[in-house]
Design a protein around this ligand. Sequence first.
Ligand code: GAR
Length: 207
Amino acid sequence: MLRVVVLVSGGGTNLQAIIDAVAAGTITNTEIVGVISNNPEVYALERAKKAGIPNLCISPKQYESRDAFNRALLNAVDGFQADLVVLAGFLVVIPEMMIERYRNRIINIHPSLIPSFCGTGFYGLKVHEAALEKGVKVVGATVHFVDEGTDTGAIILQKAVEVQQGDTPEVLQRRVMEQAEWMILPQAIDLIANGRVEVVDGKVVIN
Ligand code: GAR
């Protein structure tokens, strides 16, 4: 069984997609062993509680320095004996010591087709605002491994979604979630849980 820890900062709809896929058996060989939030208020923590998943909040505000927060976050992940760390809308920069220890064992969902609309400052609704501002006709989502850069790690899965006339950022965000994120994030976890994802020369090969 792949032991998965999910890191969240928001509403947790991607977390819910993972919980539902494990329950439905579309993610196999996987146990969600913990959920960690950096914010005590978020609805994602409620979702974890409702699903009976151990959960906790580690907020930078509880620590005197960034370094102390980083160590606490890493300790919490270690404490769950995680095989895979899933960033499901986690808006905190992952400490380098965690990236090193969990090399090719941290994945992130990003709401664009990387390398478009990604990197520093591109998160949540801002991604969709930028896409509409540019006038692109196709957007989408990407699941990738996390390395030292921002949204630069090896790409595991991507799915395209069409922009429609009159879309607002909120409407587009919802469509990208429904048609891409909630599908490819569970799919990627299932592939990893079944040993089908390999990184060769910095690129993902699916076996
Ligand atoms: C999702 O759209 C996710 O792709 C995005 O935050 C949202 C979280 O929603 N992540 C990023 O922008 C990361 N750069 P959720 O809490 O409902 O899953």
